[in-house]
Design a protein around this ligand. Structure first.
Ligand SMILES: [Zn+2]
Length: 470
């Protein structure tokens, strides 16, 4: 995480409290960012939140390192910039503030005629977004009382909503835990600001991790018995249910996100915040619409017991698992860097792939990649690219580790394994998770081609697959 300096030329909007006095201003901004682009987007957001319109970007984001800080201060030597100069000189002491997501603005105002003649400097200190209401609402939505049963046949029988584990607890989570603890990504995207724009792994108890109140006790037991009580063989029914559970959790989480955004829109009256929330809402509605379409396809197969509608490839490892996971994603780019779907084209019907780990007989574990036959066009291309990468001698452990770290947030890491990793490897994993989750960082077309090499040391047997039909 680096400190960036950015300068904008701005004019007040009619909502700005200084509108009558100020004709224009130069806004110097100090912020932390993952890269210049994310620092810029953050600064741009706060400038417009404070009711300024950007006329020009005078200095695009410059990374301010300790080495060139003094040289940098020399540039700010006029009297009117004295306060700013002092600030810059003492920036090291503000490290902690920055790490909590603080952003600082210095405005040099140019008054309207006859009012302020000399430019002046104002300091705007810590300007963190107000997260508490957001987090409260998030907690409330996650409570069991707000649970619901997502079973296709839900109704009168669904009288006891439970905290269902989306990753099997007894054989999976417990197998990697140490004294009931695992490492998980701390919080969610909302924590990016608190942690200085970086997602980090923290120790947590297994009890609450990856649970969701998306099924009643009756349906959860009835449906998932064959995967919760037996190791993965694999039968088509088991594979189907692993994929289905990932999908149901995603629907549950996305429905909660939408409700959360709607409640935020109601509580904010700032124009810039509203605009941001509305664009989040459009993306969330799009994602949820696609998820619901897939869920109804899975539901139909389930009703008809057409488990062979599921297609899959299973990689088996004889090693002790170091991570366990369950998730899904829309394949956007493949292992050869080709684009498969455009996730920003809201007209597209997105195809979906699921990934999860599963305990198997003889203490083996499986890395399961599965999709409904209705997603075969994109998923076959995706799997072909994986086969090509393996054929081209890419390390299969590296490929699958990169895939899961990049695309699955519902993932727990074994403390014994994590604590032995070098700081460099830990940093690389956290950076990868951050760059995939951060709303301001664009996903690169080759993200599945490179990165995280030599960390997992995973080894796999020849994969087992359903007939893919290619
Ligand atoms: Zn139910």
């Amino acid at each position: 995480m680096a400190i960036f300096f950015i300068t904008f030329q701005v004019v007040p909007t009619t909502d700005n409290e200084h509108y009558d006095m100020i004709e224009s201003a130069i806004s110097h901004c100090w912020t932390v960012g993952y890269d210049p682009q994310s620092a810029f987007l953050k600064a741009q957001f706060y400038v417009s939140k404070d009711n300024w319109k950007i006329k020009n970007v005078e200095n695009p984001p410059i990374e301010v390192t300790e080495e060139h800080l003094l040289t940098f201060c020399d540039l700010l030597e006029s009297d009117t910039e004295l306060a700013h100069f002092d600030f810059a000189r003492n920036i090291k002491s503000l490290k902690e503030e920055f790490s909590k997501g603080a952003i600082y603005f210095f405005y040099e105002f140019l008054g309207r005629e006859g009012k302020i003649k000399k430019p002046i400097i104002l300091t705007s200190s810590s300007n963190q977004s107000k997260l508490s209401a957001f987090i409260d609402k998030q907690r409330e939505l996650a409570k069991k009382e707000n649970g619901r049963c997502l079973h296709f046949d839900s109704g009168n029988k669904c009288n006891e909503i439970i905290d269902a584990h989306s990753i099997q607890r007894r054989k999976s989570l417990s197998s990697i835990a140490e004294y009931g603890q695992i490492y998980v990504v701390a919080g969610a995207i909302s924590d990016l600001k608190k942690n200085g724009e970086k997602l980090i792994y923290k120790k947590a108890g297994i009890n609450k991790f990856s649970t969701f109140s998306g099924f009643c006790k009756h349906h959860d037991n009835e449906l998932f018995k064959v995967i919760d009580e037996s190791p993965l063989i694999p039968t088509e029914q088991q594979v189907f249910l692993y994929a289905y559970r990932s999908l149901c959790r995603a629907v549950f989480v996305k429905e909660n996100s939408l409700e959360l955004i709607n409640s935020q829109i109601k509580h904010h009256d700032n124009k810039a915040v509203k605009e941001l929330l509305n664009s989040n809402k459009i993306a969330t509605v799009f994602g949820l619409g696609n998820l619901n379409r897939h869920k109804s396809e899975y539901d139909n197969s389930l009703k008809n017991k057409s488990y062979s509608d599921i297609k899959y490839v299973l990689f088996i490892s004889k090693q002790k698992p170091s991570v366990v996971f369950s998730g899904l994603f829309w394949p956007d780019f493949d292992f050869l860097g080709r684009q498969l779907q455009n996730l920003r084209d809201y007209e597209t019907k997105l195809e979906l792939i699921t990934i999860c780990s599963a305990p198997m007989n003889d203490n083996n574990w499986g890395f399961l990649i599965a999709w409904h036959k209705n997603s075969s066009i994109i998923c076959n291309s995706f799997m072909e690219s994986l086969a090509t990468a393996i054929y081209n001698k890419c390390d299969i452990g590296d490929l699958l580790f990169r895939l899961v770290i990049s695309n699955c947030e519902n993932l727990a890491i074994s403390p014994q394994w994590w604590e032995k990793l070098s700081e460099d490897h830990k940093e690389k994993i956290s950076s990868r998770v951050t760059s995939m989750a951060h709303p301001d960082i664009e996903i690169k077309h080759n993200y599945l081609m490179h990165g995280l090499e030599g960390i997992s040391q995973w080894q796999f047997e020849e994969p087992i697959s359903s007939r893919i039909g290619i």
